[in-house]
Ligand binder design. Structure first.
Ligand SMILES: C[S@@+](CC[C@H](N)C(=O)[O-])C[C@H]1O[C@@H](n2cnc3c(N)ncnc32)[C@H](O)[C@@H]1O
Length: 418
């Protein structure tokens, strides 16, 4: 591509440069797929364009901060892969994939993958990936699409009959409120035509960046946002994280997401990173502190609400259950104590919800579940047994006490516990 066109693309797409960062970070930390891909693409991390304009002390601080931010990118990448592989399954749709090498490993593992990004990225990425992926090439595709354009997204997933796991990493903070509404509307529409979920940790990015850099970098004093602004802010007028899903409390963001037609489930991310040793770009003595921070950072698992889908809810004696059926998946939210008395409420509700339905997957949000008795476990067992042999029952976000009950009874070996 001629350099004039590349320059123009940088101007119209303020995050063009950021598409390269994760690949470079993974390459530096020794990921073999990233090494192979970057040997072809030759991406490099360059200093933020605005860095030379700040004082030498701040330049040094930003240099140290970058290491913290890079470790966060690596952790996010690894955790997303782990989360998907641990029980979600289906087709991984990498929305705004940048140059991440994910497709190489996924093809090797026989996983269907669709990478979506702007033409500036896809035009460079596609031929390089074609060289790197030697087996199961038919499982992988790349689409030049704009996330704000529904038709281009629909075309990218046309003909896919598996559940979609739509993932966005590092995309949402760059969008305005208006764009967020359009993009969430598009994803909702995609999910009304294909079963699946939308998973992102972008609403946590502000919390994550600040806390990770503080844990990972000794003597950190600056706000990472300033660093990000230096990187991209002067290319165009991007106000990083300045939208309804990336700023404010979790409650505010959850409300905004609900209003855009999604139910939210929060799943802690650290179990999927694969241990502190995955934070290789950090100095050894800082890894444990950074890993601790990840314990409070979550994936936002978003299920599109369909107004025509059946909703069942009931409450009884400090317990409530909400059940929603979306195509072949049953989403259940449990609150309070699931004991001998309240288990009957749940079983009755469940039977009503699955009547005449072909349910293949049950996803339970246990975030607000305080207690489960053996009667409660029996109801979960009944649900699990009713699934076809390739079906799954997933319990998300259970407290340590409830996990202990699952472990003691051996129930944790029968279901997927996230
Ligand atoms: C920060 S990068 C993240 C890349 C990758 N997901 C990662 O984790 O490294 C943001 C990506 O969003 C892409 N992007 C920005 N606006 C987009 C749009 N309207 N449609 C599709 N992709 C877009 C950029 O090209 C870039 O690759």
């Amino acid at each position: 591509m001629n350099s004039g066109k590349t320059e123009l693309r940088k101007e119209v797409n303020p995050v063009f440069l950021t598409a390269q960062t994760c690949l470079c970070v993974l390459d530096r930390s020794g990921d073999p797929d990233a090494k192979q891909l970057n040997a072809l693409l030759q991406c490099t991390i360059t200093d933020p364009p605005g860095l030379s304009k700040v004082s030498p002390q701040r330049q040094a601080m930003f240099g140290r901060m970058a290491v913290g931010l890079w470790s966060a990118l690596e952790a996010r990448y690894k955790a997303t892969n782990g989360f998907f592989k641990n029980g979600r399954g289906g087709c991984f749709v990498d929305l705004a994939c940048g140059f991440v090498p994910r497709a190489i490993g996924f093809a090797r593992s026989g996983i269907r993958y669709v990478g979506i990004d702007l033409p500036a990225v896809i035009d460079r990425l596609r031929p390089a990936m074609a060289e790197c992926i030697t087996e199961n090439q038919e499982l992988v595709s790349f689409a030049a699409a704009d996330v704000t354009d529904y038709a281009s997204l629909a075309k990218a997933v046309e003909g896919i009959d598996e559940d979609l796991f739509i993932s966005a990493e590092g995309l949402l903070p760059y969008l305005t409120d208006d764009e967020i509404k359009v993009v969430f509307g598009n994803i909702r529409r995609l999910l009304s035509e294909h079963p699946g979920v939308f998973v992102t940790s972008d609403p946590e990015l502000e919390r994550w960046n600040k806390r990770i850099t503080t844990a990972a970098v000794p003597g950190m004093i600056s706000d990472p946002k300033e660093f990000v602004q230096l990187s991209e802010g002067n290319i165009s007028d991007v106000r990083f994280g300045d939208n309804c899903v990336c700023k404010g409390s979790r409650e505010d963001v959850e409300k905004a997401v609900n209003e855009m037609g999604f139910d939210v489930d929060l799943v802690p991310l650290y179990t999927y990173i694969g241990g502190e040793d995955q934070l290789r770009s950090l100095p050894e003595e800082r890894r444990a502190a950074a890993y601790e921070v990840y314990k409070s950072i979550c994936f936002w698992v978003l299920a599109a609400r369909d107004t025509e889908d059946a909703h069942f809810s009931d409450s009884n004696e400090g317990f409530s259950a909400e059940i929603k059926c979306v195509k072949t998946t049953l989403y259940i939210t449990l609150t309070g104590r699931l004991d001998t008395v309240t288990s009957t409420t749940l079983l009755e509700l469940y039977r009503k919800a699955v009547k005449d339905q072909d349910i293949k997957r049950i996803i339970i949000s246990a975030r607000k579940l305080q207690y489960i008795s053996s009667a409660g476990l029996r109801v979960l067992m009944i649900m699990n047994k009713s699934l076809p042999s390739n079906g799954t029952l997933i319990v998300n976000y259970a407290s340590d006490d409830i996990r202990d009950v699952f472990a003691l009874t051996g129930f944790d070996t029968m279901i997927t516990l996230n």
